[in-house]
Design a protein around this ligand. Sequence first.
Ligand code: FAD
Length: 385
Amino acid sequence: MYDVAVVGAGPTGAALSHFLSSKGFTVLVIEKDPQPGIRTICGEYLPDPSSLKLEGDVASAYLDFFEPFIVHRMERIVMEIGNREFETNYAGYSVDRRAMIVSRLEESLAEGTILKTGEAFITARFVDDAYEVRTSKDRYRARYLVGADGFDSRVAKLINGSTTLKCDDLALAFSTEVTMEMNEPDVMRLVISESLAPGTYAWVIPRSENTANVGVGVRLNMINGFDPKRALKEHLARLNATVEPELRGRYVPAGGMLGKVQEGGIFLAGDSAGMTVPSNGGGMHTGIIAAYLLTRSLADDRPEGYVPSVDRVVRPMVDTGLIHRRAADFLLRTGLLWRTLRFLPHSLVEEVIRVERGPYYPLLKLLSSLYGQVRGKVGSYPACR
Ligand SMILES: Cc1cc2nc3c(=O)[nH]c(=O)nc-3n(C[C@H](O)[C@H](O)[C@H](O)COP(=O)(O)OP(=O)(O)OC[C@H]3O[C@@H](n4cnc5c(N)ncnc54)[C@H](O)[C@@H]3O)c2cc1C
């Protein structure tokens, strides 16, 4: 019998395996892919703990987890909206996501973790004080079960039921790595453009002086008529990068956290719990932080401490991101953003980039409450059901 069965070996699962095994728990990690880390469709950007206002043990555990895999540091974020640029100081890093996952898992294997690859979690039930976990190949017993199985998580369905996700709450994002001359290698650049990235943004995340991760995204309700390859090519052409992009995309949940992230001895962390920040699609940092918070609660023998700690540290980032996303939806879908662009205060955009609750929070909250009026209305794009 294991102390903890972790489903999924993405960034969140690798962090759980790392933190739990270092605290002496016996851990089983179940991954359906033949090798962990092969789904590296990601911007591979992680904010510095200071940018997230993390403190104490949470800040150091978060940074320690990915620090050895940093390939590049950035100091600023620039957001382009139409003909205006909004800049904010915000420290963050490009990381080698695959190396981070593989190395952290390998270290935990040396500490006794068992990793089962090419094996899909099917279901679990509580029998005689433990969870009986059924996979595509075997059955296991564990005291706790953790879902780190990403978007559309099977573990999440055990405690939240089968929820129907609105297509407005889901994005598809496509990324590629390119070689190009970086004018500002310390800047992550985000571009709000309805042709490049309807309902999301296009990005350039430097990975060195002459390489970058470049991507575009689209909200699912705007996907009809959107050609990601064309958008990525157009985005690259604007950057004077003449490469033939390889098109690789993945879903990004953008609807906020699920109703329950814990029930009994079942816990959710990362994308499986909807911990992706809806306004920017970042979910590695919240997954790693949640993995640490869960480990801390279990190590203190206070599993009931997980939810309050998530509510204190992770939920504010996700909830604020949802308010910002909905406010932006309202402004974009009514065309107000473009009509008022020249009056848009720099500090308001800065607040949104930083996913903070600052002086503009009441206004953004008000705008987000009007989102219901434009749900499904996507300008010239047809709405999906
Ligand atoms: C193009 C793109 C760019 C992005 N850029 C960034 C970025 O720059 N920074 C950032 O923080 N976030 C970014 N994100 C989001 C980020 O990738 C996710 O939030 C993050 O991967 C979530 O990690 P996770 O471990 O919770 O889930 P996942 O990465 O989805 O991992 C889940 C794992 O569970 C496995 N699994 C699923 N079901 C089962 C099952 N039934 N049984 C066993 N195993 C299972 C999967 O194979 C997978 O390995 C981006 C996303 C996309 C698509």
